[in-house]
Design a protein. Structure first.
Length: 463
């Protein structure tokens, strides 16, 4: 394996200086925000791996295209370039722009859930905005991930797969009339950024359609998913990423996308579908929330950057470098024995918090302790996507912990170099070896909706 395997596939034209802070400064900053790293000011963070959403570096071509933004209210040229790119890469004939992914999730909810008595939307594993959109209509997002996806340590090439058996059993048990739709999240962010195979996408679609259920993709990281299909699934090695994408989308009735991920932009989303009548309803409905059908909450310049970013994000060499960097971080963490979801996924490395801090019980949030420690030790910001983010307070007041308890080291696209990956690996390696230098555990003060972890206050139990 040559070192060029992990070389960044770009050179850097503009730089943004990073700020280093002292341990005393970081402790004060974290205490001030009740130990919740989401609430930190970005200027107090050294390497920011909180999310890969909207944090990409745009290319020289995208920055140049901003000047071409047509800011006309209706019928702007930029919309037609945006629409053409999305139609080309997804094959959907109808596209409604939204300002980001969750606006498209909510549009989906209003289109499909409103006015019905559905109890569920079923998914491989729901992202919080999918769950939030369902909860707005008193529904629950049921995760039907296939079993290998729940085992962080075993190797499986497609740990984001939905279980076809669980899907069929669930539909039979609850009846079609209880279910709003089937959503496949590609890649599966909540489960380690793990991919879904083409065969699984096809099979689950056939089951959904057999029962007359709409089948949609949550396509935030669709091109990273295509890269894994090309690398790992038989029959796709010689296919172009964009052709893989077109085939993948062909199994769905529609898709929503947070373009802030694989579209390599800082803002944007879409809702796409095949049905013309549905499109007209969606465009009209979106008017009240996002705006006219040729801008949908975005400026003309955003639409221009997206039209280019969608092609750059589906370029094989770019994807190889991007996913290679995540793999590189995994390799470095491996040298320290750090337990993380294997194999590494698309958008980051997901550390298994329960295995990382074995002496902190799950109900004391080992993942929150790790996120706080990484910040206190090195100024690195990573996000707990586990017990605190996904636990649910039951009507009787008891807390139901989720099966998985991960801390996500999300890698922004085209932003950090492999030297930054080394710093992250060395910090976590040291914490893994010595245990938490600060905490015996944490308590969570606020329980609310699916997204309460953004604002929760935490109460640490210090060593
Ligand atoms: C899989 C998935 N779906 C939907 C969303 C929501 O997108 P946005 O943050 O643009 O609203 C996200 C955001 O992280 C996501 O990861």
């Amino acid at each position: 394996m040559s070192s060029s395997q992990y070389a960044e596939p770009f050179r850097i034209k503009a730089v943004e200086m990073l700020k280093k802070t002292t341990p005393e400064h970081r402790r004060e900053a974290l205490e001030k925000v009740a130990w919740n790293v989401f609430q930190l000011k970005a200027e107090d963070v050294y390497i920011d791996c909180l999310t890969d959403s909207g944090t990409s570096a745009m290319s020289n071509r995208q920055w140049a295209a901003l000047m071409m933004g047509d800011e006309s209210y209706a019928g702007c040229e930029s919309f037609y370039r945006f629409e053409a790119a999305i139609k080309d890469l997804t094959g959907f004939p109808f596209v409604v722009p939204t300002h980001q992914g969750r606006a498209a999730d909510n549009l989906l909810g209003r289109m499909f859930y409103k006015g019905h008595n559905y109890k569920f939307v079923v998914t491989n594993m729901a992202f919080d905005s999918t769950r939030g959109a369902a909860m707005n209509f008193d529904m629950w997002a049921e995760d039907l991930l296939d079993d290998p996806g729940y085992d962080s340590q075993s190797y499986h090439p497609f740990k984001g797969n939905m279980s076809p058996q669980k899907l069929e059993d669930f539909i039979k048990k609850h009846g079609r009339e209880a279910i709003g739709m089937v959503i496949m999240t590609i890649t599966c962010n909540t489960n380690g950024g793990q991919p879904v195979s083409m065969a699984n996408i096809k099979e689950c679609g056939e089951i959904a359609h057999k029962y007359g259920l709409p089948y949609f993709a949550d396509a935030a990281r669709c091109f990273e998913n295509c890269y894994f299909i090309k690398e790992r699934e038989e029959g796709y090695k010689d296919k172009d990423i964009r052709d893989i994408a077109r085939e993948m989308f062909s199994y769905f009735d529609g898709a929503t996308m947070s373009i802030k991920k694989d579209g390599l932009v800082n803002m944007g989303g879409y809702f796409c579908c095949r049905d013309e009548e549905l499109y007209h309803r969606a465009a009209n409905d979106n008017m009240a929330y996002e705006g006219f059908q040729t801008y949908g909450g975005l400026a003309g310049r955003d639409l221009e950057a997206i039209a280019i970013g969608m092609y750059e994000g589906s370029d094989y060499e770019y994807l190889k470098g991007r996913i290679g960097q995540v793999e590189y971080l995994g390799k470095r963490l491996d040298e320290f024995g750090v337990p993380f979801v294997r194999p590494t996924g698309g958008n980051g490395v997901y550390v298994d918090a329960r295995l990382f801090y074995k002496d902190i019980p799950p109900e004391k949030f080992p993942g929150l302790c790790l996120a706080a420690d990484a910040y206190l030790v090195s100024g690195i910001r990573i996000a707990e996507l586990g017990a605190s983010a996904f636990a649910v307070k039951q009507p009787d007041g008891t807390i139901k912990l989720p099966e998985i308890d991960y801390v996500r080291i999300a890698i922004s696209r085209r932003v950090y170099t492999n030297s930054h990956m080394d710093i992250i690996a060395e910090t976590l390696g040291e914490l893994y070896k010595s245990g938490s230098p600060n905490f015996k555990g944490m308590d969570k003060k606020d329980w609310g909706r699916a997204d309460s972890h953004f604002n929760s206050h935490y109460i640490p139990e210090f060593k």
